[in-house]
Design a protein around this ligand. Sequence first.
Ligand SMILES: [Ca+2]
Ligand SMILES: [Ca+2]
Length: 351
Amino acid sequence: MKSPALPRFAALRNMLLLAACGAVLAGCQSMGGNAGVDADNTSYKRMVTQGPATKIINPNIYPDCTAHNPRMNIRKSAVGQITATDGTVITVPADTAAGRGLGPKSFDLYNECNQVLPENTAATSAAKVPVVEIDADGEVITGYIVADNYYEMWVNGKLVSVDNTPYTPFNSAIVKFKVKRPYTMAFLLVDWDEHLGLGMEQFPVPVTPATSQWYPGDGGLIARFSDGTMTDSSWKAQTFFIAPLMDPKEVVERGNIHDTPNLGGRTHPFARKPNCEAKCYAVHYPIPANWQSPRFNDSNWPRAWEFTDQEIGVTALPAYTRYPELFDGARWIWTQNLVLDNVVIARKTVR
Ligand SMILES: [Ca+2]
Ligand SMILES: [Ca+2]
């Protein structure tokens, strides 16, 4: 899977970078910080599945949401497994920190399950948000996060926040962490679904006769931090689970870009809605070891794509729209296909 030439090339490149660093330290820092990163261990070998997950390993990793009114969009965040044609057993929609019971769980900015519902930015407070310490002599940074549907956030390889509402209702979170620059943020993002392994959900809910039982959902992440960092196309983003597909050939690999260029469009309502239902295919890629680490080499990953509120479909989402000041200037990001890309890792090194 990994070309034997790559590590040697990386080692040679790192030696050259180290030599450059030794000569001119400032020049080294401006070269993009590739010195000290690992060899690129991303595997671009696709795995193909067809049909739904064959085993449910957890029927609901967030069973704690209380229905406070009949309009609440409460969905079970189930986790399953499916075997690819090459024999690999894949956890769907993803193997997450939430699924493993890891924390810290997110501190609510807005969460209908917990009835944390501040009316506007002035009514919010970050005062009680616990600080996760990465560097004792670092700067305390506050951040605001909305993810459709699930995020887990790592800073320099340390787990800082795990979305406490993996599927729905739509929530938002506040994080605080103490760190020195440069630091690397890495988010695992999941567009959760009901039809595990197929990338499709019931929509809209609450369910009515008009609800589609086989609707391809979409994703999105927006985050803004007090040190000026915010999500935009300067981030890197890679997709690892692409569905629903009529045919695995619909995913076209161009180098390390996993593209789906011929399926109508990258957002709703343009993205194709296939009629294969439980016979649909999915294409998966192995999530690289050490993806959370500042040493992980994302230099060959594509840039994140930016999307508008309208494309993400969040113009009426209180978890987001009540607090425009907290997200001012940040962009919704994802990989190229907002609809078909269901598991995404987004990374940013802040210098
Ligand atoms: Ca969520
Ligand atoms: Ca999707």
